[in-house]
Design a protein around this ligand. Sequence first.
Ligand code: HH2
Length: 278
Amino acid sequence: MSRTRIMGVLNATPDSFSDGGLHLDPERALAAALKMIAEGADILDIGGESTRPGSPSVSVDEELRRVLPVIVALRSAQVTVEISIDTSKPEVAAAALSAGATWINDVTGFRDPRMRVLAAERDCTCVVMHLRGTPADMAEKAIYRDVVAEVKAELNAAVEAMLVAGIQRHRIILDPGFGFAKNAAQNLELLARFSELCDLGLPLLAGCSRKSFIGAASGEIDARRRLPGTLAAHSAAQLAGARFLRVHDVAEAVQAARVIDAVTSLQSSAGASHGSTR
Ligand code: HH2
C-alpha cells in the first residue's frame, strides 16, 4: 500500500483561524514552506482567503497579491512537491496554475462551472470539498437527517458535474469538508463513519487540523494547542481509508502517519496471508 500523503497548510492571509498573519510576508511564507518540505510534506496548500465561519470575501486582485509571490518563489527554488492553490475563484486558480501550481483545492467543490472548465483544460489534480452555502452562511445550512449519506450524495453530484466538464476521474480527490456547514456533532459523526466515504471510489482527503470540533471533543479552546487532538482525528481518518491529510504541523503529522501506515500495511499483509490459508 502506498504511504499516506501529507498536505501542509500555508495561509498567506491576515485572518486564518489558526495561522492568520504568520505568512503574509512572502519571504516568511517561503521559509515556512521550505521548512514543511524538509519535514516531509508531499503537497503545499497555498491559500489567500480565509474560509473560517463568517469570514469576509477577498477580491481577486488581493488574493493574487497574497499567493502568487509565494508560488513563484517556490518554483524558483525548484521544489519538487506538488503546489496546491486553495481557492474557489477561477481567476486565482488560473493564475496560480500558470505560475506553477499543479493542484486546485476548491472548498466549494468546483461549484463554479468556470472552475470545472479550467480544471479540464489544465488537466490538474482537483480536491473537491463538500460545503453547503458559503463560509459566510454555512453555519445555518448544517441541517442533515443523515450527515454521511447526504455528504456522499452531494460529493457524488459534484463528481458527476466534473466528469461532464471533461475532468478525468483519476484527477479527483474527495474531501467531506470537516468544519464546513457541519456542527461539532456532525463533524464527529463524519469522522466516526469515515470508512463509508470509501464507497465513493475515489481517494479521500481529511482536513481536521486544529478545527473547532476537536476543541469541542477535547475541551481545548486555543486552536494552536489542538495538535494532539488533530493527530488523533487524522489517525482515525487514516485507519478508515484517508489517503491525504491536510495539516498545519507537518513534522508531527508525518510521524503519526508513518506509524498508522506501518500498522495498516501489517494488517493488510496479515489479511492476505490469512486469506491464502483458507
Ligand atoms: N479547511 C480549511 C481550508 N481549506 N481545504 C480542504 N480541502 N479541506 C479542508 O478541510 C480545508 C480546506 C480551513 O482551514 P485553514 O486553511 O487553516 O483556515 P482558514 O480557512 O481560516 O484559512
